[in-house]
Design a protein around this ligand. Structure first.
Ligand code: BTN
Length: 236
């Protein structure tokens, strides 16, 4: 498979989308040292200075667009496995942030091109704080947690191996085995949470994720809500 490397680019997700539209092969990886327009979830900016791993993978799964979020949850599982392999106690915060010691170490942004019933391609964008400095109190890096610099090449290799394994499992056996790992690694399930979605704030206890990646929250009055997307805060 091809790995395309940039010193500087706008956003690996933007480049990957252009390449996918030009028909590039599934599995092509775009990596950049720095991005000038790093994109985060929910239209936010994502800081991507030198020293981190900023990459996008082009995937062409044969799935219903409705099930595309499975790929995002799958990626969180793969990243968690790769980080654990390097000795970090990584956990997943719904839907797909990876945390170490209560601080964010990785963010994932998937973008899709689809028609009504078929996915053309999915851009899986992954940003991991490795050796980069990070100005945020709420985030951490592999270097800070391990007390030493990490080989980014080794980490990318480990991550791509995990991704490949999980993607093959997903294609052969479906989302269920991935979801079991997601649950196992999740730090959200069982906790009181506050989820902001559109102009609503939902408070309750996170009970489960379902087959489409939605979070099931039980409110204090006993009603159960299914949240498709939003920003989740752990309350305790
Ligand atoms: C988030 O936590 O909000 C998601 C952040 C995703 C960042 C990665 S870095 C590589 C890829 N290119 C982008 O512009 N964004 C993703």
């Amino acid at each position: 498979k091809r790995v395309v490397h940039f010193n500087v680019t706008t956003s690996t997700n933007i480049v990957a989308r252009q390449m996918a539209e030009e028909g590039v092969e599934e599995g092509t990886v775009i990596v950049a040292e720095t991005q000038t327009r790093g994109k985060g979830r929910l239209g936010r900016k994502f800081i991507t200075k030198g020293g981190g791993v900023w990459m996008s993978v082009i995937l062409k799964p044969n799935i219903d667009p409705m099930h595309a979020s499975s790929i995002t949850l799958m990626a969180a599982v793969s990243v968690t496995k790769a980080l654990r392999g390097m000795g970090l106690e990584a956990v997943i915060k719904w839907p797909n942030d990876v945390f170490v010691n209560g601080k964010k170490i990785c963010g994932i942004l998937t973008e899709m091109s689809a028609e009504t019933d078929i996915v053309n391609f999915i851009i899986l964008g992954i940003g991991v704080n490795v050796n980069n400095d990070i100005p945020l109190e709420t985030a951490t890096t592999m270097k800070a947690e391990l007390g030493k610099e990490v080989s980014r090449v080794r980490f990318i290799q480990a991550l791509l191996e995990e991704l490949e394994e999980d993607y093959l499992t997903f294609k052969e056996k479906g989302f269920t085995p991935i979801l079991w790992n997601w649950r196992r690694f999740s730090d959200t399930l069982g906790r009181p949470v506050e989820v902001s979605c559109q102009d609503e704030k939902i408070r309750g206890v996170a009970q489960d994720v379902d087959e489409d990646g939605s979070l099931i929250v039980k409110l204090t009055d006993g009603t159960v809500k299914k949240i498709v997307s939003g920003d989740c805060r752990h309350l305790k």
